[in-house]
Design a protein around this ligand. Structure first.
Ligand SMILES: Nc1ncnc2c1ncn2[C@@H]1O[C@H](COP(=O)(O)OP(=O)(O)O)[C@@H](O)[C@H]1O
Ligand SMILES: [Mg+2]
Length: 297
């Protein structure tokens, strides 16, 4: 073998090793942070987060859910948990994040927050630093972090969306849900420079209906917000089993695993983590936490 070729092979091998090491460190250090959001409330965010989390934990992923939804039905209800503490106790330095976390039977860790997340940007520098340290420890215990952000364009919803790896917008076929989803993406793109979203259409009868919702949103974006990209991720059918499960303070994935909505959410969850991260994705845990708390990164 001539020398040059030998050298090229070494360089190539070196690059490959570096790439592998990089990917491994990426996977280890940076859990994927996925925000699930909507313009309008009551479109299924909390159930989608809970059930996708179950699907992924069954697939062997370590999943954390941050409950930042200040709406009525919080994630602890469908997991039938009654957490005693919340993010407030971490902010006040009374407890560590690991101590307020509750673990479900599936092994999913939940950080109860509710309204406690609403004013995180108002914290003192000391409180922020404390929280940053706490959140960074999540990197060691999780592969995927879901953020149930709540609906609308309040500042905490926007913070979570803009700091996550991925922002999944949930909409239904209701016109108000579509216009509110559009309004959310508009604010996100104009005020937070977020240009990339995924869409899940919930509570439709079939794919055709879901695609109609997607078409309505993407044509509005094409017209008025040309630099925003909305990717169609899939749909979840309207499924009475889901409502029955909620009434029992449970998850459809546990109670009716073979029902249409369970299957759809399982497929969506698996697809979500199997797609490679966008190369320009800013999301990593440190960035996420710093930005969430309004600290320069
Ligand atoms: N795929 C679905 N099929 C039938 N009902 C659904 C479906 N998704 C959500 N729902 C209904 O919508 C309600 C609100 O869902 P939830 O997850 O709490 O929404 P959000 O978190 O967006 O406010 C549920 O309690 C359930 O009755
Ligand atoms: Mg909710």
């Amino acid at each position: 073998m001539d020398q040059a070729k030998g050298l090229r092979n070494i360089v190539k091998k070196d690059a490959l090793i570096k790439k592998e090491a990089f990917m491994a460190s990426e996977n280890r250090k940076y859990p994927r942070v996925i925000a699930v959001t909507s313009g309008k409330g009551g479109v299924g965010k909390t159930n989608i987060v809970g059930n996708m989390a179950v699907a992924l934990s069954r697939a062997g992923k370590r999943v954390v859910i941050i409950d930042a939804d200040v709406g009525l039905a919080n994630i602890d209800i469908i997991f039938n948990l009654r957490p005693q503490y919340s993010i407030r106790h971490v902010v006040s330095s009374e407890m560590s994040l690991q101590e307020v976390m509750v673990t479900t039977d599936h092994g999913i860790s939940i950080i109860p927050g509710g309204s406690g997340f609403a004013d995180l940007t108002q914290l003192s520098e000391g409180e922020k630093l404390n929280l940053i340290g706490e959140f960074e420890a999540l990197a060691d215990i999780s592969d995927v972090i879901f953020v149930d952000t709540g609906a609308g364009i309040s500042s905490n919803v926007l913070y979570f969306n803009s700091t996550s790896d991925e922002c999944i917008v949930i909409a239904t076929k209701e016109p108000t849900s579509i216009t509110d989803a559009y309004a959310l993406m508009k604010v996100m793109s104009q005020q937070h420079d977020s240009k990339y979203f995924k869409l899940i259409v919930n509570m439709v009868d079939n794919e055709k209906e879901a695609k109609r919702v997607y078409a309505a949103l993407s044509s509005a974006l094409d017209k008025f917000l040309k630099d925003v990209v909305l990717e169609y991720a899939g749909f979840i059918p309207f499924d009475p089993h889901l409502q029955k499960a909620v009434q029992k303070r449970g998850l459809i994935m546990d109670l009716h695993p073979l029902s249409p909505a369970s299957k759809a959410m399982e497929d969506l969850a698996v697809n979500l983590v199997n797609t490679t991260r966008r190369p320009h994705s800013q999301g990593n845990l440190k960035f996420f936490v710093n930005k969430m708390l309004g600290v320069a990164n």
